[in-house]
Design a protein around this ligand. Sequence first.
Ligand code: ACO
Length: 329
Amino acid sequence: MENRRLIKIVGTGYYVPDQILTNADLAKMVDTTDEWIVTRTGIRERHIAAADQATSDLCVEAARRALKNAHLEIKDIDLIIVCNNTPDTVFPATSCWVQAKLEAGTVPAFDVIAGCTGFLYGLIVAEGLILSGSAKRVLLIGGEVLTKVTNWKDRGTCILFGDGAAAVVLEESRDGSGMLSSYWKADGTLTNLLLIPAGGTQKPTTLQTVAENGQFIVMKGNEVFKHAVKRMAEAAEEALRKANIAKEAIDLFIPHQANKRIIDAVGERLKIPKDKIYVNIDRYGNMSVACIPVAIAELRQHKKIKPGTIMVLDAFGAGFTWASIVYKW
Ligand code: ACO
């Protein structure tokens, strides 16, 4: 562990759209209640992108804030990675739209698509590229406009999602702080439990696919739930083992915010005290890849992260994919 080269976060920023959709608003749209949504998910409200806001717009705003927080400018960045599941266009990559809007010249840019685990996959990819010398300073962004791929007539999914973005600036660490370990996995045999079925090359968009709502998220919620609890617990245990850090040493557990009951169940399995588990799902819903970086940016804003703070990041998502990272601030 001692001699391992590490990467670290040197700036954070997040952005959520202004418009808020409450559970009471949703109860006017589908057969649901505030009480059902709060009890089953922990969500009270979520932010919704404006009609003219694409994923790249949210990412750009978050990126500007992260650069400002790092006291850097776009010219100081030599790689842009955008993690998302809701691209601006099927191609080119959302990162290229972001790169142009940030006026980043010819800096390389690509997307990481790995369900809600995307941001943790992105951190692991960025670590490899920085430590191999391919990039010195990476702008890693996680952003989603999930509400534009949500079926607003499906009460089983439309209550869950919100829009948002967050960014971090990454570089090699020289002080022993940073990403101590990572663990990442996928199981592609379970793709059908959570997906957008149409609009790709398997099922190109036709009048028929639109009539069947194939452009929207389809999910077997209770199946996803069970796998998420099991895999998130496994990922955190493995990442901690690799970092040689005891559970008792964790200061902050930052899980993906899919459902408060999933977070509680994972916390119980890992025996992490509730006051160490960060929860903001009540205010944002599930923003997929944006959940974990928004949480980190908020925690920093509220001075809850100090030098030496040990954080465990833990996520699960479509694919299925799952990952965990142990990080020492
Ligand atoms: N309001 C009221 N009743 C509802 C609602 C609603 N919004 N949604 C479902 N119900 C009803 C169902 O119709 C069902 O009724 P029935 O018993 O008469 O058939 C009943 O509530 C129970 O339904 P379940 O689906 O079994 O409810 P569950 O407790 O599993 O909660 C939920 C559903 C909230 C979706 C949960 O399964 C969940 O959170 N799953 C995980 C979601 C997730 O993690 N997604 C992954 C991230 S997305 C990504 O990767 C991009």
